[in-house]
Design a protein around this ligand. Structure first.
Ligand code: PEP
Length: 249
């Protein structure tokens, strides 16, 4: 049985004041039936971790370096995330792939480094609008999985997030049938590569314009084990009903 996960990606949003959202979330979900994760910007990680301690809210990073340490000005290592209190890290988000030219190989190297630090990695995949329109979505997903996911994984340390690029921050979402098709494809790819037992234990998140209004419909789809939420995770008021919908699914 896969434990569901509601993960919030604050991206480059949030200052000290935003930490009060963690208090509100903790108050609204004292004993959640799903895992709750907040990935704030790096400067807030340690304070977010302290704020969340004693509550069922995990804290994660949004990226890490491929190298374990070294001369990489401005970068953050997996060990630093762990040291600051993070238990998870998002890798290969489409904004990192677009803004920083991250390839599947880079994402795989980052995943290996993060796994070596005992972090849970959330590896993001997703097609562009042009790829969706040209009918190559499943090929792209296969390519990204083959390139981004390391060979030596343990299922409880890896989460896959399907995030169609055209759905992120746009208010657009795929149809339930489209989400089901991609998630089924991801599960089948994992089964072929890692075997049924491992594949069945890996959680698959959907991400892209998840809101309170569409959460229940998305969580009812086969092979959707939770969500990676951007904009609607920034306030407890918006994120809390998504968590409640996941608990009810
Ligand atoms: C994201 O950043 O991963 C995301 C899904 O953003 P949004 O929910 O705002 O579309």
């Amino acid at each position: 049985m896969r434990r569901k996960l509601a993960a919030g990606n604050w991206k480059m949003h949030g200052l000290t004041d935003s930490l009060s959202q963690i208090d509100s979330l903790a108050a609204a979900h004292p004993a959640p039936r799903v895992d709750i994760l907040i990935c704030p910007p790096a400067p807030l990680i340690e304070r977010a971790f302290r704020r969340a301690s004693g509550h069922a809210i995990a804290i994660g990073g949004q990226d890490c370096q491929t190298a374990r340490s070294g001369a990489h000005t401005g970068d953050i290592s997996a060990a630093m995330l762990k040291d600051a209190g993070a238990s998870h890290v998002i890798l290969g988000h489409s904004e990192r792939r677009a803004d920083h030219g991250e390839t599947d190989e880079v994402v795989r190297a980052k995943a290996r480094t993060a796994l070596a630090e005992d972090l849970i990695v959330i590896i993001c995949l997703g097609e562009s609008r042009a790829q969706r329109e040209s009918g190559t979505t499943l090929d792209i997903i296969s390519q990204q999985m083959a390139g981004s996911i390391p060979d030596d994984i343990t299922p409880d340390r890896v989460v896959i997030a399907y995030e169609p690029v055209w759905a992120i921050g746009t208010g657009l979402t795929p149809t339930p049938g489209q989400i089901e098709e991609v998630h089924g494809h991801i599960r089948a790819h994992l089964t072929e590569r890692f075997g049924l037992q491992t594949a069945e234990a890996i959680r698959l998140l959907y991400g892209g314009s998840v809101k309170a209004a569409n959460a229940a419909e998305i969580f009812a789809i086969a092979n959707v084990d939770g969500a990676l939420v951007g904009g609607a995770s920034l306030t407890a008021e918006e994120f809390s009903p998504i968590i409640t919908a996941l608990e009810a699914s």
